[in-house]
Ligand binder design. Structure first.
Ligand SMILES: CC(C)(COP(=O)(O)OP(=O)(O)OC[C@H]1O[C@@H](n2cnc3c(N)ncnc32)[C@H](O)[C@@H]1OP(=O)(O)O)[C@@H](O)C(=O)NCCC(=O)NCCS
Length: 204
């Protein structure tokens, strides 16, 4: 995917809730996209609807988004210092892909793998330089090759705001698309922080 990023960026992140700033454009297979830092209200509503989509088996099996954004509140999630980026299909306005970053203790599992007690600390800050990344693409854009370049660009921008950040990601071992994409982006499995069903991957 070809991406053109704007030079001017907001001074700091996270932006005010429901603020979305156009930071670039992209073209993939003849389709045009816009890249935003932050999600406005309309995009957050789309994220909620996509997260509630029980027909999206890959999303439901591999993420906690049904609970996080579908039943839960984007606004609560955002208040914990998350920095989201959106890839929006220009002609339809559809949310094609979504990636977010935020400070999080290395190796901390995602919501669906935590007990009720452990979930109370879900947004606990790491206290160190560890920041997590998570990404999603949505049908009909999933599998069309938008992710590698979109996530790379979002990562470069995030690192401008947090130059000392050490990035890691958490995946189901049985999620080949996500593990392969993470590897392509330079993340390596740390077996000492992984188990039979999940992997923690650290950016090298
Ligand atoms: C994981 C996910 C974001 C990958 O997005 P995608 O739209 O398939 O990504 P792309 O089409 O841009 O492909 C990027 C790379 O991913 C890898 N990949 C994608 N699908 C794959 C699959 N089914 N098997 C193996 N590798 C795959 C490839 O390495 C590909 O590189 P290539 O273009 O050189 O072949 C997407 O499948 C998704 O949103 N899944 C549901 C949610 C999820 O699991 N998120 C991750 C949890 S943190």
């Amino acid at each position: 995917m070809e991406i053109i990023l704007k030079e001017a960026l907001p001074e700091k992140v996270p932006l005010l809730l429901h603020t979305a700033v156009l930071i670039g454009t992209a073209t993939n297979r003849g389709e045009d996209f816009d890249i935003y830092l932050g999600l406005d209200n309309g995009m957050a509503t789309k994220l909620k609807m996509l997260s509630l989509n029980q027909g999206d088996e890959a999303l439901q099996e591999n993420t906690s988004d049904l609970e996080r954004f579908g039943k839960g509140s984007y606004e609560d999630w955002y208040s914990k210092g998350r920095t989201p980026f959106a890839l929006v299909h220009r002609s339809s306005g559809a949310l094609a892909a979504f990636v977010w970053f935020g400070p999080k203790e290395l190796g901390r599992k995602s919501m669906k793998h935590l007990s009720d007690e452990e979930r109370k600390d879900e947004y606990k800050e790491s206290g160190g330089d560890w920041h997590t990344i998570a990404f999603r693409s949505y049908p009909p854009f999933r599998g069309t090759g938008v992710m590698t370049d979109f996530v790379k660009s979002a990562t470069d921008i995030y690192m401008k705001y947090f130059p000392n950040a050490k990035l890691w990601t958490f995946n189901s071992r049985s999620n080949p698309a996500s593990v392969a994409l993470s590897e392509k982006l330079g993340y390596k499995i740390d077996e000492s922080l992984s188990d039979a069903t999940t992997v923690t991957m650290i950016k090298q």
